[in-house]
Design a protein around this ligand. Structure first.
Ligand code: HH2
Length: 273
């Protein structure tokens, strides 16, 4: 079970985390859900399609993106978060700032998804003071420059060691293991070859037996493999999600919930036989 505030999520079959980007500039859906009304409608739609978790983001972290101010991030998040409190699924917030974490947790967020793995000032404390779930993600560098020249001697070993170290730090800050998920951070300071290697050896990311989240949906690596722009990457995204599920991912962070759910239903039926 994964504990996320008032929710306990079973981890025996992959869960879908539906992405809602309340941004003008996210790489695949920027501008589509910038108004609170559009974001709320999209969140409700993803839940009706089978999302077990929603992930709200108000700052794009695509390669080369510019940071937004904390006030702007909160102004985008809070009205949407408040409107979603009646839904029976946990709402995660994708943020790397402690003040944003504190305010969204007070407003009912059940999970913090941090691409900096709670390494920012005050982030550990903000999460430790609540009962929320947390996703610890690996990133090499920072979004503005992370794709310039990513380098690893052994990407699988290095990302795994980083996640193990962060999980240990987070646990010793008083955040229990049943609240922690780890994520190799596909596309965050990684070449196509690095991303493929991480997917191939995904089971090695389950450091200390922790559940693994995989986010490959619509990412540039899939564009390189297929020659398609972000809006045409759904079939490749479904294939990637299924491959991650087969390699033990327990949460799949996706934009296309209904289609991914159908693919998982076929996989599940075959496995059950
Ligand atoms: N990927 C993105 C953002 N947040 N969080 C986790 N834990 N794992 C990921 O792989 C991940 C993430 C990037 O995707 P998206 O939110 O669609 O784009 P943008 O950052 O441009 O808003």
């Amino acid at each position: 079970m994964l504990r996320c505030g008032r929710f306990s999520l079973p981890l025996d079959f992959p869960l879908l985390m539906g992405v809602v980007n309340i941004t003008p500039d996210s790489f695949s859906d920027g501008g589509q859900f910038l108004s609170a009304q559009a974001a709320i409608a999209q969140a409700e739609r993803l839940v009706s399609e089978g999302a077990a978790i929603l992930d709200l983001g108000a700052e794009s972290t695509r390669p080369g993106s510019a940071p937004v101010s904390e006030d702007e991030e909160l102004a985008r998040l809070l009205p949407v978060l408040e409107a979603l409190q009646g839904l029976e699924v946990p709402v995660s917030v994708d943020t790397r700032r402690a003040r944003v974490m504190r305010e969204v947790l007070a407003a009912g967020a059940s999970m913090i998804n941090d691409i900096e793995a709670l390494s920012g000032p005050g982030s550990l404390e903000a999460v430790a003071a609540s009962g929320c779930g947390v996703c610890l993600m690996h990133m090499q560098g920072a979004p503005a420059t992370m794709q310039v020249a990513p380098h690893y001697d052994d990407v699988v070993a290095e990302v795994g060691a980083f996640l193990a170290a962060r999980a240990a730090a987070v646990e010793s800050a008083g955040i229990s293991r049943d609240r922690i998920v780890v994520d190799p951070g596909f596309g965050f300071g990684k070449t196509v070859a690095h991303n493929l290697e991480l997917l191939r050896y995904l089971p090695r990311m389950a450091v200390s037996g922790l559940p693994v989240l995989a986010g490959l949906s619509r990412k540039a690596t899939l564009g390189t493999l297929t020659g398609r722009p972000a809006v045409e990457r759904m079939p490749a995204s479904i294939a990637a999600a299924l491959l991650a599920a087969q390699r033990g991912a327990t949460i799949l962070r996706v934009h296309d919930v209904a289609a991914t759910r159908d693919a998982l239903a076929v996989w599940r039926a075959v496995e059950a036989g």
